[in-house]
Design a protein around this ligand. Structure first.
Ligand SMILES: [Ca+2]
Ligand SMILES: [Ca+2]
Ligand SMILES: [Ca+2]
Ligand SMILES: [Ca+2]
Length: 454
């Protein structure tokens, strides 16, 4: 275990013992004679245990949001965590998720929402690159989410939904959940959920037997997770540097000195703006040369000037500068966590490049991946390619998808809860939560083996 990871774990464990105390207070000690009352009380205990699981996950993210080695797959913190005993039962929780490295076993961790395409932000080309998408579906989604009532060539606005047997009002704004897609013309449950009917990230026999049993699937031995596996509506981030300072807007005449830029770069930016030019992204500064159109002080028209931003300046430039006004940036995709199929859907990418990025990042540690500069500084892409892909990207996760199963042993009572934890808010919060218990126990538990390991 690395020193940093060790320190973080200790910090997390301290917080965890505090939250376990709080949960123990919630314990139902009632020795009820009535079986129904006992079952209800176990249901309550399972629910409190699941809530404590979410609370602990939040504590882990508060301590180590930037280090995916802590939160992506960490059985020490997230698997079969004993919470308490009520005399009759021991209560545990497990955090679990689909495992892209090995789809046949779950990982014990959470999922970065910015590793997915934001359905409320993505452009038409990106939507079309998602699995199962067609021009009709993409146009219908664009119409559903845009504010106007102008129907796109293959889309549908309110007048279409008014004609349905059971008409309803469409959003004409950002989606509230990914499953809201089911309200958009043409979207079906197989498109949204894929084959993972019980939403556990594993392929069950009924999810791999074709038409024999519900749900329908293609019986190819591989799990299709539908749009839920690659799409989100939750991803946004604070427009701040690693240090938490508001980024300086390159196009708005902010205090460039406070962004730690060299005198040459500051002067370049000022002159460039005086010439009426603007930046589409801070990365435009990389190796930028510009020929003056007018006299600028002592510099005559026709003179070439240089930004002074090369590989060594690039990380600071992309971390501390912005071209987007406002405190919040929506829908960027995380270059450090997005799977190749998601990166490939973003502007400037193709599948080859996406796969190169994914394989290159496996060699990098957390500090190397702190900013979005690494594809260039690690020689994965040229300056031109870097400038083309980087506007859609971020290097930092802020929202996390969590699935938590809590269970009692030996009674076997359980609750399954799914949530989106938002670490970009002033105080960490749960943006969304629902109970998945009705879909069944999501994973096999072997409490005796877990106890022997203890
Ligand atoms: Ca519309
Ligand atoms: Ca499944
Ligand atoms: Ca089936
Ligand atoms: Ca399949």
């Amino acid at each position: 275990m690395s020193g940093r990871r060790g320190t973080v774990l200790v910090a997390v464990l301290v917080i965890i013992s505090l939250s376990a105390l709080a949960a123990a207070v919630l314990l139902y000690r009632a020795q009820a004679e009535v079986t129904a009352a006992v079952a209800a009380s176990r249901g309550q205990q399972a629910y409190s245990t699941a809530m404590t699981g979410l609370g602990r996950t939040m504590a882990v993210l508060a301590a180590a949001r930037g280090d995916q080695t802590i939160w992506a797959d960490n059985p020490e913190l997230f698997r079969a965590q004993w919470l308490c005993s009520d005399g009759a039962n021991d209560w545990f929780f497990t955090i679990y998720a689909y495992n892209p490295m090995d789809p046949e076993v779950l990982r014990n961790g959470v999922t970065d929402e910015s590793s997915k395409v934001n359905l409320s932000i993505a452009g038409l080309e990106t939507l079309l690159a998602l699995p199962g998408m067609t021009p009709e579906l993409a146009d219908a989604l664009m119409d559903y989410r845009d504010a106007d009532a102008n129907t796109r060539p293959e889309g549908a606005e309110q007048d279409y939904y008014d004609q349905l047997p059971f008409p309803y009002l469409i959003k004409n704004g950002p989606l509230g959940t990914v499953e809201e897609l089911l309200l958009v013309k043409g979207f079906t449950a197989p498109l949204v959920y894929g084959e993972d009917y019980n939403l556990n990230g594993l392929l069950e026999p009924n999810e791999d037997d074709g038409e024999a049993t519900f749900p329908p699937d293609n019986a190819d031995g591989l799990i299709d997770r539908g749009l839920l596996g690659v799409a989100t509506v939750w991803s946004y981030g604070r427009n701040v540097s690693i240090e938490g300072e508001p980024r300086v807007n390159l196009n708005a005449g902010g205090d460039l000195g406070s962004a730690g830029l060299s005198a040459q770069t500051q002067e370049f930016i000022q002159i460039y703006r005086q010439e009426g030019k603007s930046f589409k992204h801070p990365a435009d500064l990389l190796d930028l040369r510009y020929q003056l159109q007018k006299d600028q002080g002592k510099l005559k028209a026709g003179t070439w000037i240089e930004s002074g931003v090369g590989a060594s300046e690039l990380p600071e430039v992309v971390d501390r500068l912005t071209v987007q006004p406002g405190k919040i940036v929506f829908g960027k995709v995380n270059i450090n966590t997005a799977p190749a199929e998601v990166l490939a859907a973003m502007p400037g990418f193709d599948l080859d490049l996406a796969e190169q990025i994914v394989s290159a990042r496996e060699q990098l540690d957390a500090p190397a991946k702190e900013t979005i500069a690494w594809p260039y500084t690690e020689n994965v892409v040229s300056a031109d390619t870097f400038k083309a892909i980087v506007p859609a990207l971020t290097a930092r996760p802020w929202q996390f998808h969590v699935r938590c199963v809590a269970y009692g042993w030996p009674c076997g009572q359980y609750r399954v809860v799914e949530a989106i934890i938002d670490m970009a808010a002033e105080t960490p919060r749960i943006l969304y939560q629902r109970d998945l218990t009705r879909l069944g126990m999501p994973l096999a538990i072997d409490v005796e083996q877990e106890q022997m390991q203890r």
